[in-house]
Design a protein around this ligand. Structure first.
Ligand SMILES: *Cc1c(COP(=O)(O)O)cnc(C)c1O
Length: 451
């Protein structure tokens, strides 16, 4: 049996001078709890050499425990993967103006739901609404927490206990548990599936529309592509036939974009304005995918339908907060002023020229005096443009243990997220913000120097 009398008391440790600093940093209560926990652990350990336990060792344990309890888990990282809309890394970085708006609106009070003209109650829906209708050409707009919430709200408000017609080819899973059939079920709608996985005809829709239905739902396939013998009717045709039966069409665009991706030699990603023009009655898309703003779900479309959505009880549960509305409005303003490609990081990254990327990768190589610059490919990500790539240049680091180097990069003070390509660890400058360059180089320098 170890001799427990060798353990100092909590009070005794608390009186030690080393505790002073911990007290200031963490507060007395947390420090006391950590000491208690540490002593408990020692009492229950089967060390038969408790006499070897020094006070210094106990203090070290206390310090580690306090760090573990308080160190943040949500940390800024440097994205060197070349995946622009990396969902696991938080999707879109925000523009300077969007950050400023968040700062301005969150440090004090705001006119979130306050009408400055009348002095009475206002509506939070107002803030991004006019920008969205102006940009898209839709009658009305509302903003919710994210696109998944937007789709759920639209279906709940329009189709609860009624039928929703969807093509078999569009019963997609976006990832993260968002599956169209499950969302339909959750909204209380009954799915009427038309067509087959690869072939959906307009006549399939027409047949289904013979029975009463609440809506037709079109879903953008987002993160996969069916190639070969595959076809679907156009949105224009789906809308025409649905409208002839008086049935509204909900278009879940997923990413959605205001800028034509073909400008950058990418495949055509469905544009918000097109969807409005082609006749969709409600259109849902994300704030933090190709739009390049904060996490948000944007719903635009017919005034009467948006009105029903705003009145639905679920609207309150999925509403956007003021930080989101501030950042989203600032982001939308970039589109209105036609400065999106310069101001919104996602579009700056998409539009960055290979020559510029080569120059940056080359400068990195010179600074750290290691690796080689090779041509490579970046991707857009975020459930858009599957299989599409943007030509880039990578800094490739040779190492015998690439997995190990990746891990070391992840454990830096400012973690760097890279990837492995043919046994090399590669860093893509496309997704590294220019203001992160100096941090990246400093971290790399120290890591590589230490072997
Ligand atoms: C990404 C996506 C969603 C979910 O959007 P979030 O903003 O992540 O909630 C829904 N539908 C489609 C088609 C998508 O691509």
């Amino acid at each position: 049996m170890p001799d427990l009398r060798n353990l100092p008391s909590v009070d005794k440790i608390l009186q030690m001078p080393e505790i002073q600093l911990l007290d200031e940093n963490y507060g007395r209560r947390l420090v006391t709890n950590a000491i208690r926990g540490q002593l408990d652990k020692l009492r229950h350990s089967d060390l038969d050499a408790l006499s070897l336990i020094s006070v210094a060792l106990i203090l070290e344990g206390v310090q580690n425990q306090l760090k573990e309890w308080t160190d943040p888990t949500l940390l800024p990282v440097i994205n060197a993967t070349g995946v622009i809309l990396h969902t696991n890394l938080g999707r879109a970085p925000l523009s300077r103006a969007a950050l400023q708006a968040i700062n301005d609106i969150s440090r004090g009070y705001s006119s979130l739901e306050f009408d400055l003209t009348s002095g009475g109650r206002g509506s939070r829906y107002l803030h991004a609404e006019s920008l969205l209708t102006r940009l898209s050409g839709a009658e009305d707009a509302m903003v919710v927490n994210n696109n998944a919430a937007g789709v759920l709200l639209a279906l709940s408000a329009l189709a609860n206990r009624r039928k929703v017609i969807t093509a078999a080819s569009q019963l997609v899973e976006i990832g993260g548990g968002f599956r169209i059939p499950d969302v339909l079920k959750q909204s209380g709608a009954h799915l009427v599936c038309v067509g087959t996985t690869n072939q959906v005809h307009l006549s399939d829709y027409e047949e289904a529309l013979g029975e009463p239905a609440a809506a037709v739902l079109r879903v953008h396939s987002s993160n996969y592509k069916i190639i070969g013998f595959a076809s679907e009717p156009s949105l224009t045709d789906i809308c025409a036939v649905s409208h002839s039966y008086g049935i509204p069409v909900i278009d879940d665009l997923g990413s959605g974009t205001f800028i034509d991706t073909e400008t950058y030699h990418l495949a055509h990603e469905p544009m918000v304005q097109e969807s409005v023009r082609n006749g969709a009655d409600l259109i849902c898309f994300s704030g933090d995918k190709l739009l390049g703003g904060p996490q948000a779900g944007i719903i635009i479309g017919r005034k009467d339908l948006i009105h029903r959505l705003k009145k639905h009880p679920l609207a309150r549960a999925v509403r956007a907060d003021k930080l989101c509305l501030a950042a989203l409005s600032a982001t939308l303003l970039h589109y209105l002023k036609e400065e999106a490609e310069q101001e919104i990081p996602v579009w700056r990254m998409i539009s960055e020229k290979p020559d510029e990327l080569r120059t940056r990768a080359e400068r990195w190589r010179q600074e750290i005096n290691q690796g080689e610059v090779i041509p490579g490919e970046s991707t857009v990500g975020g459930g858009s443009l599957p299989g599409e790539t943007l030509p880039t240049f990578l800094l490739a680091l040779q190492t015998r243990k690439p997995e190990m180097l990746l891990k070391q990069l992840r454990s830096l003070q400012r973690p760097i997220i890279a990837r492995i390509l043919e046994d090399h660890v590669v860093l893509d400058p496309r997704t590294v913000l220019s203001e992160e360059d100096s941090t990246l180089l400093l971290e790399l320098h120290m890591l590589l120097k230490s072997g």
